[in-house]
Write a protein that binds this ligand. Structure first.
Ligand code: URA
Length: 229
């Protein structure tokens, strides 16, 4: 059951998040989220997609124009690049859970087009209860933040992808996070560096997947062996 939505304008998504931690219930409730103003100009909520048993969760920024129309994350140009990178890294997209820090498309008009508008910090933090609920439902072992918005939502406002890319951070005892660039930054990269940027992105994804084979030991100890089953 969704929580009772208090009178007055909500300041975040928390009142809309149901107690159940299963993805179907969360997705259904998120469709009615009014936790910030972004729902007003968006077509629909774009919730995460993937298996609840996924060991890896990828977190992007927010849905784009295509995602807003189709209601699924990463199905537009950035999603196609992400699919290619995952495949080059040997990761099956069907085995990862893919979501965004913000669940509604933030945009501004430019003639007849809708142009991506970076979500404001208050919108990112208003949407965080959904991301936390997804983390609780999926319990991934590794979370990959794609770009600054996801990294700052999960790892703190002072996190800088430029300096801390690839650093392994314990979200808690069982969940490790790493941050890399957003795939759309590769789409925007100049021709002469795009290939190199893509190779570095693929290497980051491969390194994140390799964490699955290394148990998270206390005191920062590292192990090369596979996790005990
Ligand atoms: N960019 C994102 O961050 N997420 C999407 O779902 C699509 C583009």
């Amino acid at each position: 059951m969704p929580r009772q939505v208090p009178a007055g304008a909500p300041t975040d998504a928390a009142p809309f998040v149901p107690d159940q931690r299963d993805l179907a219930a969360l997705r259904e409730a998120a469709a009615a989220c009014r936790g910030c103003d972004l729902h007003r100009q968006a077509t629909q909520t774009v919730f995460g997609d993937g298996d609840q048993a996924s060991r890896v969760m990828l977190v992007g920024e927010q849905p784009g124009d295509r995602e807003d129309i189709e209601g699924e994350p990463f199905v537009g140009p950035a999603g196609r690049l992400l699919d290619r990178a995952l495949s080059e890294a040997g990761i099956d997209r069907r085995e990862v859970y893919v979501t965004n820090a913000v669940k509604h498309f933030s945009w501004r008009p430019a003639g007849k087009r809708r142009i991506h508008k970076k979500p404001a910090a208050r919108q990112v933090s208003a949407c965080r209860p959904w991301l936390e609920a997804e983390l609780e439902a999926v319990r991934p072992e590794v979370v990959v933040c794609l770009g600054a918005t996801a990294a700052q939502s999960l790892l703190g406002a002072s996190f800088r992808v430029t300096r801390q890319r690839g650093e392994v951070i314990d979200l808690d005892r069982a969940v490790r996070a790493v941050a890399t660039v957003h795939p759309s930054s590769i789409l925007r990269a100049p021709d002469e560096s795009r290939h190199q940027e893509m190779a570095a992105f693929v290497a980051d994804l491969r390194a994140a997947a390799r964490l699955l084979d290394r148990p998270n030991l206390p005191n920062g100890q590292e192990s090369d062996g596979p996790s005990p089953k």
